[in-house]
Design a protein around this ligand. Structure first.
Ligand SMILES: [Zn+2]
Length: 124
């Protein structure tokens, strides 16, 4: 079965969702379809001019891997709920935890002064 709250799969004999901790018999929440609606997560990397612009490697929930080139946009379909995004480029990394409830755009850019990966979330 699937969690009524976050949509993650749960063992049928489990009383609580291992992902979000919701009780499986909580009828106050609407039941999720076994194939819940997917939302589009778009990674939009700003076009910035540097001497070297290696791709930013994006890891989503340790299962999905994207490589986003300078000025490019990549999209994935994800189940609603919490997701962990890791961004890596050279020695820099950044982490972003999101709670996906609608189609979402994450803008990526560099902070020219600190060299850090900067993320901004926009929900649509
Ligand atoms: Zn859950």
């Amino acid at each position: 079965m699937f969690c009524r709250k976050c949509g993650k799969p749960i063992p049928d004999d489990s009383c609580f969702c291992p992902a979000c901790g919701s009780p499986t018999n909580d009828t106050s929440l609407p039941a999720q379809e076994s194939n819940p609606t997917l939302y589009t997560l778009t990674i939009d990397r700003a076009s910035q001019v540097f001497l070297a612009s290696p791709p930013i490697k994006v890891t989503i929930d340790n299962t999905t891997y994207l490589s986003v080139e300078n000025g490019h946009t990549e999209s994935v379909q994800l189940q609603p709920g919490k997701h962990r995004l890791l961004f890596k480029c050279s020695l820099r990394s950044a982490q972003l935890d999101i709670d996906l409830q609608k189609n979402t755009v994450v803008e990526l850019s560099w902070n020219r002064i600190t060299g850090k990966i900067v993320t901004n979330i926009f929900e649509h």
